[in-house]
Design a protein around this ligand. Structure first.
Ligand SMILES: [Zn+2]
Length: 334
């Protein structure tokens, strides 16, 4: 992909900073502006790269500098006299609303592309829903193990499991003689590394995260791009790029879940502190057992029930109107 395409696909501060040639600090007194590439609008804030600004903002523009590096600055401060002044205003004009519209509409009016995004979101929803149910069953059956893995996952701690064993008398004497320990009490126990728990990112699966995929796919398909103001169009365009990304992340967590519930991983987790009965059950855990537990205890208002609800008349009408608009737009474009 060329730089322009990459910039258009940017939907988060992290993705922006991953652009090839991205620089975090730009001193406008030392390097000139070549062009404004593309605007962005994030849910979280990012710093303006200008060394004499640095303000935090959610909306700004990606720029290319005269040495070919790429950065990001606020869409207002760039025109200040001590920044890029009139050059910035000129470049902003080149990236005017009509041009943006031209650049964004092909994707947003491409029914096939949107349906592909929808399929990705729905597939991630279905997979995510299934693994979330298993994860919740796991948390109910093995609360000690689940809490420990969750704690480590959310704090970014090591996933290693160590077994603590008592050293033999001879080994202890040797360690003291070699100066590694001062006394017998200090040398008494050693830790043996048993391996690292795999697939802990299954803990990132949550009901809101998964059901939002479904709602967002609905919203993306129901929107009428031709009727939108430029800011709303930009948000829709960002969403069309962000949704496949988020769906992919959920799919990755589902893949991780397969490793998490694998027999060898369960055996490893059974070494964490928990009652012996739980250890025994965890050593024998199967997906079938988790699925059986999940279906025995249905939750109220699950995503499934909402899913089973038929599409409303309002939604159907909206759908029809949208399809008509699209047909017209295509005819117009010919
Ligand atoms: Zn700024």
């Amino acid at each position: 992909m060329d730089l322009d395409q990459l910039c258009r696909a940017v939907s988060s501060p992290a993705a922006l900073k991953n652009l090839p040639g991205y620089v975090e600090k730009v001193n406008p007194a030392l390097i000139g502006l070549r062009r404004v590439i593309w605007p962005y609008s994030f849910r979280s804030e990012i710093h303006c790269a200008l060394t004499n600004c640095g303000a935090r903002h959610k909306s700004g523009v990606m720029i290319e500098l005269e040495d070919g590096t790429v950065s990001n600055i606020g869409h207002i401060c760039g025109a200040d006299a001590d920044k890029y002044s009139t050059k910035f205003s000129e470049e902003m004009l080149k990236m005017s609303a009509s041009r943006l519209r031209e650049a964004m509409l092909p994707l947003l009016l491409d029914r096939v592309a949107l349906q592909k995004i929808e399929q990705q979101a729905r597939a991630a929803y279905h997979a995510g829903e299934q693994w979330l149910r298993r994860r919740l069953a796991f948390s109910a059956l093995f609360p000690d193990a689940a809490k420990e893995v969750e704690r480590r996952y959310s704090s970014g701690s090591s996933m290693r499991v160590v077994d603590i064993v008592e050293r033999g008398a001879a080994e202890i004497s040797e360690l003291i003689a070699s100066g590694q320990f001062r006394n017998r009490a200090e040398a008494r126990y050693k830790e043996i590394d048993k391996g690292a728990i795999r697939g802990a990112s299954v803990m990132s699966l949550s009901e809101p995260r998964i059901s939002s995929l479904w709602r967002r796919a609905d919203a993306l398909l129901a929107a009428d791009p031709l009727a939108l103001e430029i800011a709303a169009l930009q948000r829709l365009f960002t969403e069309a790029n962000q949704l496949p990304h988020d769906a992919l992340q959920v799919m990755k967590a589902c893949e991780a879940a397969q490793g998490f519930f694998a027999p060898e991983n369960c055996k490893l987790m059974a070494m964490l502190p928990m009652p012996q009965t739980a250890k025994d059950a965890l050593m024998e855990l199967t997906l079938g057992r988790l699925d059986g537990y999940a279906t025995r205890r249905p939750q109220k208002n699950t995503v499934d029930e909402r899913l089973a609800r038929p599409i409303s008349k309002k939604q159907r009408d909206l759908q029809k109107r949208l399809e008509a608009t699209l047909r017209e737009a295509k005819r117009f474009a010919k």
